[in-house]
Design a protein around this ligand. Structure first.
Ligand SMILES: Nc1ncnc2c1ncn2[C@@H]1O[C@H](COP(=O)(O)OP(=O)(O)OP(=O)(O)O)[C@@H](O)[C@H]1O
Ligand SMILES: [Mg+2]
Length: 313
């Protein structure tokens, strides 16, 4: 049977503030993350993302406010609830002088994992770490260290997996592997995942909903779909297709227009134009134009630039 059967809310914050001396790292945050969601937490350096992750993992406690996990007060029920929560940040939690197997064994013992041997073997195999069985962890590549770190976090089959920049500085293949593994955990086990990243295409690939945090405040939280719906009409990106002979003159014309915020030549027949003008048109010229869907990065930048006057808290 599923634990906390019938409880739909995995994590909730009620007016949570975290101060470090005079620094307000997290400022009066209300947040709800439902079970099974993959929630992407994004924001500038120092915005409060890691502090939020650490509070959910019980490494930190809030200065004010309440955090609930599966409807229960997290800090009053810390011993019970932390069994269901795993945090992956950098791989410094691994013991450098142990082999991958020994590291997993150590964490399995500490976390009292059932069927540990079988799980460890499976993880080493599926993370392709069995090849490096004899190496000490300090001699693994960054990608393999991070895979080991994720295997460590998954050993106890967490209900809530916190991933704080899990693919930072990890190469393409390893980070792709990590993302697919994470998605699979969510799909097969319904694991609730909270992930922070500065790679917004990563959040775009994984998250079902997104929260943007700026100066300790969540300025927006919505499903990925709704975000696109809300901001599609505000962000004007057009792909222009031009006859080769007209290319230079059209480019010059576009450059001379007010409100243009970016121009990207794609080929000798195509230009992508970003403009503040929603009615942008070069119809008097022979140019065909289609509106492109903004990326999460476009939406994020728009929100950060306008966070003072969006009328959202
Ligand atoms: N232990 C601490 N002592 C003092 N200040 C801290 C501590 N931890 C975090 N801070 C401060 O709290 C604020 C939020 O930091 P946090 O690490 O949560 O940001 P972040 O969003 O994770 O940033 P990054 O994208 O750089 O990882 C920052 O101003 C930071 O300097
Ligand atoms: Mg951080």
């Amino acid at each position: 049977m599923k634990i906390f059967e019938g409880v739909n809310e995995a994590v909730s914050f009620e007016k949570v503030t975290k101060r470090f001396g005079n620094t307000i790292a997290v400022n009066n945050v209300d947040l709800r993350i439902n079970r099974g969601e993959i929630f992407g937490l994004i924001g500038p350096n120092g915005a409060g993302k890691s502090t939020i992750m650490k509070m959910i993992s019980t490494l930190l406690t809030p200065t004010f406010g309440e955090v609930r996990v599966f409807g229960q007060d997290l800090y009053k029920n810390k011993q019970t609830l932390r069994k269901y929560i795993s945090l992956v940040s950098d791989y410094s939690v691994l013991e450098e002088d142990l082999t991958p197997y020994e590291n997993l064994k150590l964490f399995a013992t500490v976390a009292d994992v059932e069927n540990a041997e079988e799980k460890i073997d499976n993880f080493l195999l599926s993370f392709d770490l069995d090849k490096h069985e004899r190496k000490l962890t300090k001699n693994l590549s960054s990608g393999n260290k991070q895979k080991l770190n994720i295997a460590r976090a998954l050993l106890k089959s967490p209900e809530i997996l916190l991933l704080d920049e899990p693919t930072n500085a990890i190469d393409v293949e390893s980070s792709r592997f990590i993302r697919r593994f994470i998605l699979n955990e969510n799909i097969t086990k319904g694991t609730t995942i909270i992930i922070s990243s500065h790679y917004l295409w990563e959040i775009e690939q994984l998250a079902t909903s997104v929260g943007i945090i700026v100066d300790g405040k969540i300025v927006i939280k919505d499903s990925i779909d709704k975000l696109y719906e809300r901001f599609d009409t505000k962000i004007n990106i057009f792909e222009l297709t031009i006859k080769k002979d007209d290319y230079q003159s059209v480019l010059e014309k576009v450059k001379s227009l007010p409100n243009i915020t970016a121009i990207k030549p794609v080929s000798d027949e195509k230009i992508i134009v970003e403009t503040k003008d929603p009615n942008f048109s070069l119809n008097e010229l022979e140019v065909s134009q289609i509106k492109l869907r903004p990326t999460l990065e476009d939406i994020y930048s728009y929100i950060i630039e306008n966070s003072n006057n969006l009328g959202i808290d």
